[in-house]
Design a protein around this ligand. Structure first.
Ligand code: AQP
Length: 340
């Protein structure tokens, strides 16, 4: 199995786009049950709390959302026997030092070209160095685990490309140090759009809004948001993101929730009305999320168990990342201390 790494930021509650574009595929891509212990952990997942500090935030919310997201990842099916789950700041020293070393390989020009930086800095009175530097921290997250594959939604494509460029440049300058990772994209759900504005991606940091479904929304609320989705004045149900962004988004959601292809989803609704599509999507999404919500309620009642899993994850993450950081230190010419 390829070594996989991916992360999620605790900038808000997990939304349907995160779930369909990422989490669902993380869970499905874990090594098979019963995989020998030595191979387990080839799937590494992280709540990237240091990334969440790059935009204005409330410290109490960050702590609460970090715990909530980690619990929700476990509730979604990440299994500590088959994956490694940890909180980024629990091994923050390693990730931060790696970032500093990579800062000397990444360039200002390439960071300026990142569209997420342009989007998030637009209209802001002051922009933090952290927001600018975010892609280098992300490159560290990926490279520290000898990652081969990074499953992401479409919005992270540019950051994974940059990670590859930085790793190749570092290898060329200092000798073979990093595996060169590649992004993988889900067959469906790679870009779930806002239900009220289907030309904009669904995002968790916008707070509660009718266009964004949260994984922990109650079923009635989920159905209400989906049934109020913006469509168009036509009647034809077909997948066409340019001409019919709202309908295409609903088909994407249906395909992700029923684990079918887009072709199957579109032909399923051939000749049906928009209202039928919305009801079917709402039912499918509620059915997909119900077991996750039930498991979340169980796990939240046992915070000590979640703490144990996260502490174990941090220990295993440090064991895996330290040799890679040592490789980097040696490559760039840092003197090893006599006693370690
Ligand atoms: N709308 C989306 N459709 C499909 N995939 C998505 N992802 C995010 N939004 C969508 C994928 O979810 C994973 C975790 O994302 P993240 O938390 O690291 O950052 P993000 O992409 O910036 O997600 P948000 O929800 O939009 O957060 P904010 O509002 O803070 O910017 C990634 O694999 C991402 O591709």
């Amino acid at each position: 199995m390829a070594r996989v790494f991916s992360g999620i930021k605790p900038t808000g509650e997990m939304q349907l786009g995160n779930f369909c574009g990422a989490i669902q595929h993380w869970v499905a891509g874990q090594p098979a049950p019963g995989t020998p212990a030595a191979d387990a952990g080839d799937a590494v997942f992280c709540v990237v709390d240091l990334h969440a500090m790059t935009v204005p935030y409330d410290p109490a919310d960050l702590r609460r959302l970090t715990r909530e997201l980690a619990t929700l990842l476990l509730a979604s099916g990440l299994d500590e026997q088959r994956s490694l789950l940890f909180i980024q700041s629990h091994v923050g020293g390693i990730h931060s030092e790696c970032t500093w070393l990579l800062n000397n390989t990444a360039t200002i020009g390439e960071l300026r070209r990142m569209t997420q930086f342009k989007d998030k800095s637009q209209g802001q009175e002051s922009v933090s160095v952290g927001l600018f530097n975010y892609p280098v921290l992300m490159a560290s997250d990926i490279l520290l685990y000898d990652t081969e594959e990074v499953p992401v939604g479409d919005d992270q494509r540019q950051h994974v490309e940059l990670t590859r460029d930085i790793a190749m440049r570092f290898n060329a300058r200092f000798g073979e140090t990093f595996m060169i990772p590649r992004a993988t994209y889900p067959p469906s759900g790679a870009r779930i759009m806002d239900l009220q504005n289907p030309t904009k991606k669904m995002s968790k940091s916008g707070g509660d809004s009718p266009g964004c479904v949260f994984v922990l929304d109650d079923p009635k609320r989920i159905a209400k948001k989906i049934k109020s989705a913006v469509t168009d004045s036509d009647t034809d149900i077909r997948y066409d993101t340019e001409a019919k962004p709202g309908i295409s988004n609903l088909l994407d959601l249906y395909a992700a929730a029923t684990k079918s292809t887009l072709g199957e989803a579109a032909s399923h609704f051939d000749g049906q009305r928009y209202g039928d599509l919305k009801v079917a999507v709402a039912d499918a999404v509620v059915a997909m999320l119900e077991p996750v919500q039930a498991r979340y309620a169980e796990l939240s009642a046992d915070p000590a168990e979640v703490d144990r899993i996260l502490a174990h994850g941090a220990q295993r993450a440090a064991e895996r990342a330290t040799p890679v950081l040592d490789r980097m230190r040696d490559a760039v010419g840092l003197l090893r201390p006599a006693i370690r």
